[in-house]
Design a protein around this ligand. Sequence first.
Ligand code: SAH
Length: 347
Amino acid sequence: MADLAALMQGLGEPKFRAGQVFAWLARGMKPQGMTNLPQGLRDTLSALPFGGARVHDRFISAKDGTVKYLFELEDGNLVEGVLMRYRYGNTLCISTQVGCRMGCAFCASTLDGCVRNLTPGEMLSFIARAEEDEPLKEGAVRAVTNIVLMGSGEPLDNYDNVVKFLRMVSAPEGMNISPRNISLSTCGLVPKLLRFMREAPHVTLSISLHAATDEARSRIMPVNRRYPIAELLGAAKAYAQETGRRVIFEYALILGQNDSSADASALAKLVRGIPCHVNLIPLNAIKERGLKGATREGAARFAESLVALGVSATVRRELGTDIEGACGQLRRRVLQQKNDSSEETLP
Ligand code: SAH
């Protein structure tokens, strides 16, 4: 807001314009759609990088209606988003970075590293684009009711922009989406996580755990060498204590790597005493990675073992498996196709 006030002053505009522009931006609107501004100001703002995305492509799952978006940013970069339909409303999964630099061994988003951070305006525009596309349910105020920061990128590696985005998206004059309807998933940048839970205590926290020992976790998640499991779980415990809310642990079951009954026992021992829920998902195999997912039956057995050991756990329903729902898969295929076709045209 302070930045906008300074911008309006610099443009010789009255003060109240900053509030008007903020309300539009918080709704993901591009300058030409800001209908209560004079045309001249809309043109001036259009020349500034407000970072609205446009829909580059869209795939709808024939199985469950999940929509996978490929958004194109103003600089031509592509990022993914996924709209999942549930009985209570629609959840939009959005990306926070173009690519990712965390290097997890099973994830497609990180294969080419991190290109850049996304801005708050870009993240807001993903919601606006999805809503433009989506019919309103009867009696609903908005089409996107829940947001998960679980697309490409590590949200806490783009800390300032993510926090600004969260403030804007829940502003009453903007989209007014409550922080309680927003989840953030992190691979475990512990110092940023400790800061985040003080600044955004109402956001639901998911932690990508994926292994129960440091040795196994460091093998698949390089971040663990920097912030080992004990430190990460210390932060998770602090979150639960300070906010009174459960932590969600994400655990992707990788065939033969972290899916044995010994792994289930180690995991149960680890999270004992932390108010939590374990979300299990058979790994979505990425062809470049050479890792396979556990079977549905294997996942169900793992969940039963955890429950028998007193841990709340469920196998997550997989949505959009026919449209490359997993992080970074779709963007990567489209980029590869672009590269392949440009190679063909070389002399
Ligand atoms: N960087 C954040 C958020 C993005 S990933 C994080 O690590 O949490 C969202 C979730 O998808 C994470 O739990 C991630 O580990 C998981 N994931 C990534 N690739 C996957 C795959 N191939 N199969 C299943 N889950 C995957």
